[in-house]
Design a protein around this ligand. Structure first.
Ligand code: 26Q
Length: 819
């Protein structure tokens, strides 16, 4: 018997085929000749996973040996995207598997297409978490991601008569080959009940929590491979099931239906991802989800990951918990509870430890997106945690009063507990008080966070605040998404750039090289062909050929201003149909939208409907002659992004200044050679600084100008009245021209634009139109356009999530890569 170290299956075509057929025959229980595509996908995935598993075991072994300080990323969302290609890239098995499958008569592309992406996130924040775990593994950092294994991820979007209809995302239905469940490592989590004080054996007064129900968390491991470096980290997602003991107690009392209800209570917790991303409702189930996954994660780390004899007072030397927004902030009182109540540590010592173990990342500026939990709800669900929060707050306010003597208003403003409109816990304040560091996600955002959202805290603890500008993983968003560009880059500057993205700078001189420009244009053209084919096959959408591809993909939100894009399209359409412009003078453009609206967000859904109506009208008007076209493929997700972004010419990043914390799509577009039309917002500011003003189409009010206009009183109707093009566009929409004469269908949108316009669409309209004219001019000169596009690629290496991880390591975690 071979009892030595784990050996990976041989990295050969024969080795893979053997592994694949084994999985197919003995895993799926089917002969190759009778296997379905799904069988083939599951068996290929399992075969590839076995290569990763060998490396995972070795990574685990090394970690036990070195006991290196680890990062635990706590995130309610991970928007992973498909796993198959990423695993192939990481292991270097792409060609091997392609050949092996071909030898079995199977087309790897058919197998690829079978995978349903795990959509366990809403948008930017969830995708950022996925990029970060990729970078940590690729940089050989000891890290673990913790989150929730939602049974239903982000809903599948369909359109019925142009209106969004949500369908459940049944991503687990056909099997999930990438996860390994470990029911034997399950964790118990309590809910509800009461607290009591008692005197322990040493005569010390203590508190304990007696929950009235328990839920079991089962860990599901996902393997997070580094890029061809042999490391495989863990992403541990929790699913909730009923506990045996709890069921039995009720069963024995003879109340069968109550027992079934208890089971449902437990299993509901990890059932579904909340599809809201900016105006969250304070729902009890959401708080249950949050507590469930952080309690599981802390228990897992302390009891399973750390060695049994670990000296808990040394915890800060071994772990830093990074809080992805406020969603996991309940982890702070949970760690305090574990240290003080379960492990008998003195409060002050536990607090000193806790303050070193957490850091908090804020992802928003919108006041309505800041989480607050009514104390009544929190106290009912987590009575001990509420007591702990009160004590943290009491001690914190004592410190505030010392720092700002006599300033009672300060104490009230900074209190973790808000009194109005109802008594509630401000989660961002709790995170700021307890965290060793607080960071925003782009320079401008971090500045506004300090100055506008948490000014008193930044006055009290200036050194606590820092910035880490977001990044994206070049493995998925360049190498996998854009293989042609990747090959061109490697042919030009050699290998090694994919984990050292600043090396893209070496492309700069080639912006002046006509031959390179031509190759670059060929890549873009081929990517457009690939996109056309996908959209035709996926959605039956037929895009015109040879048009500028103008893309706006992101969650639907008023602050992101999809409506500004609609006004631009309508204005162009109006120029054509009213005869103000000759159709030959219009630059052929295809506008592509991708956007999901939160199911309860009325205005967002109205905007989706309007976009679909405008698309229908413009696309079917013979006067436009296909020179303007609008495509709105439903169900924009990571998989679609990977084909769409590499094909784009123009990237729309048009939020009102001061509202988009960072944006990350903006970075993906720039890295794939699209030019940005954008406001001075979020990371756009840094993109523009890096790529240069000449290679970025800036428009719109700056954040201080927004403030100024707000202060002096913004009247959108004044812009409507004084701008003819804007007036005509709005009037055309209001007339029902796009809704078959139905004016009521567009009433809410038009009314809001004219009389409210919270996000100043009308104020920025003229500037936007002028910027779009500059876009047309540049596009008319293919060499000038390519030059700018190449410089965007060459100068965007900063936006690698590897760089973001380096910043977190240096400024926040004090962790370094291994070796
Ligand atoms: C909270 C409580 C209850 C229900 C839902 C939520 C919730 C869920 C998701 C609140 C917010 C989110 C997601 C926020 C988000 O995606 N923010 C984006 O984060 C990106 C990564 O930092 C930034 O680039 C974007 O600018 C920011 O909008």
């Amino acid at each position: 018997l071979a009892l030595g170290p784990v050996v990976s299956p041989p990295h050969t075509v024969e080795g893979f085929v053997k592994e694949f057929l084994h999985e197919l025959n003995y895993g799926q229980g089917v002969a190759l000749s009778r296997s379905s595509v799904n069988d083939q996908y599951l068996a290929s995935a399992r075969a590839v996973r076995s290569y990763l598993m060998a490396q995972w075991l070795e990574t685990q072994r090394r970690q036990r040996e070195t006991q290196a300080k680890s990062v635990a990323y706590l995130s309610a969302e991970y928007l992973l995207g498909r796993q198959f290609d990423n695993a192939l890239l990481a292991t270097g098995l792409t060609d091997t598997v392609e050949k092996g499958l071909a030898a079995c008569g199977i087309d790897i592309d058919v197998v690829r297409a079978q995978e349903i992406e795990p959509g366990l996130g809403n948008g930017g924040l969830g995708r950022l978490a996925a990029c970060f775990v990729d970078s940590l593994a690729s940089m050989n950092v000891s890290a673990i991601g913790y989150g929730i294994r939602y049974e239903f991820g982000i809903f599948r979007q369909t359109f019925v008569d142009g209106r969004q209809v949500e369908q459940p995302d049944t991503w687990l239905d056909l099997g999930s080959p990438w996860e390994v469940a470990h029911p034997e490592n399950s964790v118990q989590v309590g809910f509800g009940g009461r607290t009591e004080t008692y005197t322990d054996d040493d005569g010390v007064e203590r508190t304990r929590w007696i929950p009235d129900s328990n839920v079991k968390g089962i860990p599901h491991n996902y393997l997070v491979p580094g890029y061809q470096n042999g490391r495989v980290n863990t992403l541990r997602l929790w699913s909730a099931v009923a506990t045996q003991s709890f069921d039995l107690a009720i069963f024995n009392s003879g109340d069968y239906t109550a027992a079934v209800r208890a089971q449902t209570f437990a299993e509901n917790i990890s059932k579904v991802l909340y599809p809201e991303d900016s105006t969250p409702q304070g729902r009890e189930l959401r708080l249950q989800q949050q507590y469930f996954f952080v309690a599981c994660s802390i228990s897992d780390f302390l009891n399973y990951v750390l060695p049994a004899d670990f000296d808990i007072t040394k915890l800060p030397e071994r772990i830093i918990f990074q809080l992805n927004d406020t969603h996991p902030v309940i982890a702070i009182p949970e760690l305090m509870r574990v240290l003080v109540d379960d492990r008998g540590m003195a409060w002050d010592e536990a607090w000193a430890i806790t303050q070193q173990c957490f850091a908090y990342t804020c992802h928003t500026l919108l006041p309505e997106a800041l989480e607050v939990w009514p104390t009544e709800l929190l106290g009912k669900l987590l009575p001990r945690h509420l007591e702990i929060i009160y004590r943290i707050n009491d001690e914190f306010l004592a410190e505030v009063r010392k720092t700002f003597p006599g300033d009672e208003l300060k104490a009230r403003n900074m209190s973790i507990i808000a009194e109005y409109p109802e008594r509630s816990v401000r989660m961002a304040y709790l995170a700021t008080v307890a965290g060793a560091k607080v960071n925003g996600v782009a320079e401008l955002h971090s500045q506004l966070l300090r100055d506008k959202v948490l000014p008193d805290f930044s006055a009290m603890w200036p050194e606590k605040f820092t910035n880490v500008t977001n990044g994206v993983t070049p493995r998925r968003f360049i190498k996998l998404a854009n293989p042609l560009l990747s090959t061109l880059i490697t042919d030009t500057i050699g290998v090694g750039w994919l984990n050292d993205l600043e090396r893209l700078r070496e492309l700069e001189p080639y912006a002046e090289d006509p031959e390179f420009r031509a190759s670059f244009r060929e890549v873009k053209a081929a990517n457009k062909v690939r996109l056309r084919a996908l959209l035709e096959q996926r959605d039956g959408l037929v895009l015109p050929e040879d048009a500028m591809l103008d893309v706006m993909v992101k969650r639907l939100h008023e602050y992101k201003r999809q409506l500004l894009k609609v006004l631009h399209i309508v204005a162009l359409y109006d120029l054509v149909v009213s005869g103000q412009a000759k159709i030959e003078d219009i630059t052929p453009r295809t506008f592509v939208f991708g956007a999901k609206a939160a199911p309860g967000y009325r205005m967002a859904k109205e905007i989706i409907h309007l976009i679909n109506r405008v698309a229908e009208t413009v696309n079917n008007d013979p006067r436009v002659d296909g020179r303007l076209a609008v495509a709105f493929p439903p169900n924009y997700n990571v998989t679609l992004a990977e084909t769409l972004i590499p094909a784009a010419d123009l990237s729309e990043q048009i939020s009102l200044a001061g509202k988009e914390a960072s944006g990350t799509g903006n970075m993906k577009f720039a890295l794939n050679g699209a030019l940005t039309i954008g406001t001075d917002d979020g990371a756009n500011v840094e993109i523009r600084q890096l790529v240069g003003d000449d290679n970025f189409f800036l428009f719109g009010l700056s954040e201080p100008q927004v403030e100024e206009l707000q202060a002096k009183g913004y009247r959108p109707s004044a812009f409507y009245e004084s701008n003819e093009s804007l007036r005509r566009a709005i009037d055309l929409i209001a007339s029902g021209a796009f809704t078959g004469g139905d004016r009521e269908a567009v009433g809410p949108i038009v009314g809001d634009l004219l009389y409210n316009d919270r996000f100043m669409v009308l104020a920025d309209y003229q500037s936007y139109i002028e910027a779009q004219e500059r876009v047309d001019e540049r596009y008319a000169d293919p060499d000038a356009w390519s030059r700018s596009a190449i410089l965007n690629v060459a100068r965007s290496g900063f936006f690698s999530s590897d760089r973001a991880m380096t910043d977190y390591m240096d400024r926040i975690w004090h962790v370094s890569p291994r070796r």
